[in-house]
Ligand binder design. Structure first.
Ligand code: BG6
Length: 606
């Protein structure tokens, strides 16, 4: 979750760095810092807590210079404190490093450095990198000759050859102030390309207000930024490499809060637009055709796949779980869904006859990337469903389908999830059309419903005041149970994940049919049950489960189809939010517009 910004150019570096770090604040951090080069001197400023503290520190002790690197840190090794905040320096104080990622062998490296007399100032894993680069420079440089950029690059490469783990690094030296070095292994890092100025950033929003041209570094890349140009090298071989410059389709405004209290709220309300953008041009209801131009897999290939495996993490994994119902039912194709971090450490049975689908908003989640590489190594064809053009997954997978959400700044995914579902629906339709496994009237019906989806989501969002009232009523509860069945089971899992991650309230997602096999023992009035009980094939079953909850004195909050009177009759029936026509029901029952994914008039064959 840490953030990196680097700069070299004509502007005051401290201002550019602070601005970039501010735009990465959404990722969360507990301390921040920066180093600025001024001729052959460098100075560091660091502060614990909010960026405002760093800003105040900089006001009192300003930094002057036109190159530097900045960082926002989430503590991993060592508590949040000024000495553990980045940047970190070597023993001479002239080599300075910021780092995202984890140096796995830092204990061994630290022990070696300490045995050679090096004193450590922090408890971080990062500090070893600064010392190793410092030592490598000392070995190569015959004092007092100035440190040339090639020598600096060689020293960084030598240091990195000792490191095991993951990193995005920004490195500067007071003895070579004409360059800023970036290096990447399994952590995102990009170079922003301006006019006589270049930027380093761990995430695009940091630079969007300054340039829309970026070079996405790949694993094993080292970038040398100067005022005039950027040069790229392989860390392993030292050979120059070429990477293309990508135009970022997002503007800086999309990465702002636009009047919302926070990014997540803004992104929740962006769903109608992001669904519309994601579905645009992909469904032809007149010809009953699906257009997926970037899929890059031939119809023959798709027809022949033996099995499909979906890998993803977090919310993206829940989108995959939901897609399994569609692929099995509509395409009649076997579909496994795996948590990427488990898949990569098993010995999964996957081969050249199989398709691996990787779902990821960022396209940079390390476990998902590793799973793709593993599958590719076994000869499988890979397909990325992601939101970031130019990301690692986008580049490395054979085929790709983009969700068109714009930047998702909120770390807990929202609009990307529904856009992923939309893409998965489209992909399942595409497969069903190719294989001829869905009757044409069903295809037409599903397409029509997908085309209404954005409007329905807009309608559902009008329940926000009632939802806020529910939250006010229940936020003291320490535990929640989310129930759903069939398609709504993954939605229950996702609801529980969101509550945990955002409210720090314990929540579990359960298939409602499992209630009787254990969790029912927990039901009482202190454990609100959120039921996703929209009308469909398993509605009656879910109702039976909710009656079990009710019989135990449990409090049900139901997400139900508009007009469903049976669910409101489940309990006593007073309105929770009299001001809002869609929120009704006793003890918090909530009716909403037809749920995302469930065709409105005719239920899908699931
Ligand atoms: C987690 C986020 O860190 O990463 C989740 O909290 C997200 O919301 C998950 O779903 C996976 O990210 P991505 O970018 O691979 O979809």
């Amino acid at each position: 979750m840490c953030g990196i910004v680097g700069y070299i150019g004509k502007e005051e570096a401290s201002e550019v760095l602070l601005d970039g770090l501010r735009r990465l604040e959404y990722r969360g951090y507990d301390s921040a810092g920066m180093v600025v080069l001024n001729g052959n001197t460098l100075e560091i400023r660091r502060s614990v807590g909010k960026l405002a503290n760093l800003e105040a520190h900089l006001k009192k002790h300003p930094l002057t210079g036109h190159a530097g690197v900045g960082h926002t840190r989430w503590a991993t090794h060592g508590r949040p404190s000024e000495e553990n905040a980045h940047p970190h320096r070597d023993a001479t104080g002239r080599v300075v490093v910021v780092h995202n990622g984890i140096i796995e062998n830092y204990m061994a490296l630290k022990a070696g450095l300490q045995a050679r007399g090096v004193k450590f100032e922090s408890q971080t894993d990062t500090e070893v990198v600064a010392h190793l680069v410092g030592e490598a420079i000392a070995r190569r440089r015959q004092a007092p000759v100035p440190l040339s950029p090639p020598l600096f690059v060689e020293a960084v490469r030598e240091a990195l050859s000792e490191i095991k783990g993951t990193y995005a690094l920004g490195i500067v030296s007071a003895d070579c102030p004409e360059v800023v070095i970036g290096a990447r292994r399994e952590c995102p890092l990009l170079v922003g390309v301006g006019e006589n100025e270049f930027f380093l950033a761990s995430d695009a929003p940091a630079i969007l207000s300054r340039t829309r041209n970026a070079i996405f570094l790949q694993d094993g890349d080292l970038a040398v930024l100067s005022r005039e140009k950027v040069l790229l090298f392989s860390i392993e071989t030292g050979q120059p490499i070429e990477r293309k410059t990508t135009y970022l389709p997002w503007d800086a405004l999309q990465a702002e809060k636009a009047g919302y209290r926070h990014f997540m709220l803004k992104e929740i309300f962006e769903q109608p637009r992001s669904l519309e953008d994601t579905l645009r041009g992909r469904l032809d209801i007149n010809e009953l055709k699906v257009h997926l131009d970037t899929l890059k897999l031939s119809e023959e290939q798709i027809k022949k796949f033996r099995k499909m495996t979906i890998v993803a993490c977090g919310t993206s994994y829940h989108a995959g779980l939901m897609a399994r119902y569609l692929f099995e039912s509509w395409v009649q194709a076997p579909c496994d869904v795996e948590i990427a971090s488990e898949f990569r450490y098993r010995n999964p049975l996957i081969g050249p006859e199989d398709l691996l689908v990787a779902i990821s908003q960022s396209g940079e989640t390390a476990d998902t990337i590793a799973a793709v590489r593993h599958a590719k190594g076994k000869g499988a064809t890979t397909l990325a469903i992601c939101n970031s053009v130019g990301s690692t997954l986008y580049r490395e997978c054979h085929g790709k389908i983009l969700t068109h959400c714009g930047p998702e700044i909120g770390v807990a995914s929202t609009k990307a999830f529904t856009a992923q579902l939309a893409v998965l629906y489209v992909l399942a339709l595409y497969g069903a059309l190719l294989r001829g496994t869905l009757p044409r009237p069903d295809v037409e019906n599903i397409m029509r419903n997908l085309l209404h989806l954005s409007r329905w989501v807009g309608e559902a969002l009008k329940t926000d005041a009632g939802v806020a009232a529910l939250a006010k009523k229940y936020f003291h509860s320490r535990n929640f149970l989310f129930l759903g069945r069939n398609l709504n089971y993954p939605i229950a899992l996702e609801g529980a994940l969101k509550l945990k991650e955002i409210s720090y309230i314990h929540a579990e997602g359960y298939p409602s049919g499992e209630l009787k096999h254990g969790p029912i023992a927990l039901i009482d009035e202190d454990m609100p049950v959120i039921a996703i009980a929209t009308q469909g094939r398993v509605y009656d079953k879910v109702m039976t489960n909710l009656e079990e909850v009710s019989a135990r004195g449990g409090r049900v909050i139901a997400l139900a189809t508009v007009g469903d009177t049976r669910i409101t009759a489940l309990t006593s029936g007073h309105r929770l939010d009299a001001g809002h026509p869609r929120i009704h029901g006793p003890r918090g029952q909530c009716g909403a517009a037809p749920t995302v994914g469930l065709p409105h008039r005719r239920p899908p064959r699931l």
